[in-house]
Design a protein around this ligand. Structure first.
Ligand SMILES: Nc1nc2c(c(=O)[nH]1)N[C@H]1C(S)=C(S)[C@@H](COP(=O)(O)O)O[C@H]1N2
Ligand SMILES: [Mo]
Length: 256
């Protein structure tokens, strides 16, 4: 028969270990709860960028600084041959797309200059500027993407044509629908990137009404949220212009 020897010293040591592990466990739980409560009860960041707790917004802002730092304006988003573009382009997002008070025949693009003057530009005038095609993988943050074909004038060409060089020195561009229901704010380097277009055609035809007729933004370096449909007004600012989805807690920068 084997004799069972109880090693008192070892048993004591073991008990001590269990006790310490238990204390550590309690401390971890307590700090997790405290951290969660701290975040939960933290004031939301209100105002323009309301919707997320301040510490979370600080993380988003840090991300933005890092990403804008790594943004290379010469690097292009991959483009595809036109045959790759889907025929049936998904329609997504209808804020600012109501036709109740919108008369396409009367539409003119408003461009607010830094001296306060407003340029009024017709669709025909925009169509006279050099036309650029962009076929790229359009990505929505909801998780879908499609290769789509768009045409219009490069924003950088538009800005040059209308002498917007002072405006181009500013940090951000703001755009809003004629009814001001949908609006975006975008960093200047992304707007000036050569694949960003003020777009009036999709698949070689006039832009459909629900896809932003008469003019929308196509900005391949950004997710879908920034591709505002039916632009009414464009303005420039050194502070972040209000942004529809950033107000609802999304990242302001949303580049990829
Ligand atoms: N005016 C307006 N533009 C908008 C939106 C919107 O709700 N209103 N939604 C955005 C989002 S989230 C996406 S993914 C794209 C979708 O463009 P599409 O309908 O041409 O596919 O438009 C963007 N532009
Ligand atoms: Mo989207």
């Amino acid at each position: 028969m084997q004799e069972i020897v109880i090693d008192n010293a070892a048993a004591k040591k073991y008990k001590r270990k269990v006790f310490i592990a238990f204390i550590i466990f309690i401390i971890l739980i307590a700090s997790a709860v405290t951290a969660w409560r701290w975040l939960y009860y933290h004031q939301k960041d209100g105002g323009l960028f309301g919707g997320v707790q301040t510490p979370l917004r600080q993380v988003l802002n840090t991300n933005e600084r890092l990403f804008s730092f790594t943004f290379n304006p010469d690097k292009k988003v991959k483009e595809y041959p036109k045959e790759y573009a889907v025929r049936h382009v998904k329609v997504n997002g209808d804020a600012g797309m109501s036709t109740d008070f919108f008369d396409p025949a009367k539409w003119k693009l408003q461009v607010v200059k830094s001296n306060g003057d407003t340029l009024l530009v017709t669709l025909d005038e925009i169509k006279k500027l050099p036309k650029t095609d962009v076929v790229f993988n359009f990505k929505c943050i909801e998780g879908w993407s499609q290769i789509t074909w768009w045409s219009g004038v490069r924003f950088v060409d538009f800005a040059e044509h209308y002498g917007l060089d002072k405006e181009a020195q500013m940090k951000y561009v703001g755009m809003k629908t004629p009814d001001e229901e949908y609006f975006v704010g975008i960093d200047m380097p992304s707007v000036m990137q050569p694949q960003t277009i003020l777009c009036y055609e999709m698949n070689g035809k006039t832009l459909p009404m629900d896809q932003g007729y008469p003019l929308r933004l196509i900005i391949p370096v950004k997710y879908g949220v920034k591709h505002i449909k039916r632009i009414g007004t464009i303005f420039f600012d050194n502070n972040k212009p209000p942004d529809y989805w950033a107000l609802r807690g999304y990242d302001y920068y949303t580049g990829h």
